[in-house]
Design a protein around this ligand. Structure first.
Ligand SMILES: [Fe+2]
Length: 156
């Protein structure tokens, strides 16, 4: 059944592509955060073990929302890890059990995602006229901004 919600097919396709790239980034960050939850060592082990768990749970929910937004505008969400690695802007450095390095790596990723979403919000608003996705992405960006604040506070 054709999607008839007042956004052209071409525009919906462009928005879905932007969302699929974000979906890829979120998967990379989810995996990294979960890996750090496993490998963290040091005097603050339990604090970080729990902090990371809360963050990857939040990322899992974001992932689901992004994929369902893609379906809502009539397209399919990428589901293969191979696809995500091809689409993502994030890097996968060697894993580390060092708290400062973990926090710095995660902060870089959250800030990269925040900059990407902020740019996409403007494009999707002005060029593709998809107010629903703009509203949705604004919420996701705010979630990343808050997580970024939390982890930035461990760095000085
Ligand atoms: Fe666990």
């Amino acid at each position: 059944m054709k999607v008839n919600i007042g956004i052209t097919e071409k525009n919906r396709q462009a928005v879905a592509a932007a969302l699929n790239q974000l979906l890829a980034d979120e998967h990379i960050l989810y995996n990294k955060t979960r890996n750090y939850h496993w490998s963290i060592e040091g005097p603050s082990f339990m604090e970080f073990h729990k902090l990371y768990e809360g963050q990857y749970d939040e990322l899992a929910e974001i992932i689901d929302q992004i994929a369902e937004r893609i379906r809502t505008i009539g397209h399919f969400a990428e589901g293969r890890l191979k696809e995500y690695l091809g689409l993502t802007d994030l890097l996968e450095p060697s894993t580390t059990n060092d708290q400062q390095k973990q926090v710095k790596n995660l902060l870089d990723d959250h800030e990269t995602i925040i900059r990407y979403i902020r740019k996409q919000i403007d494009i999707i608003d002005e060029k593709y006229k998809d107010a629903g996705t703009v509203d949705f992405l604004t919420g996701v960006m705010k979630q990343h901004e808050k997580i970024a604040w939390f982890i930035r506070s461990y760095l000085n």
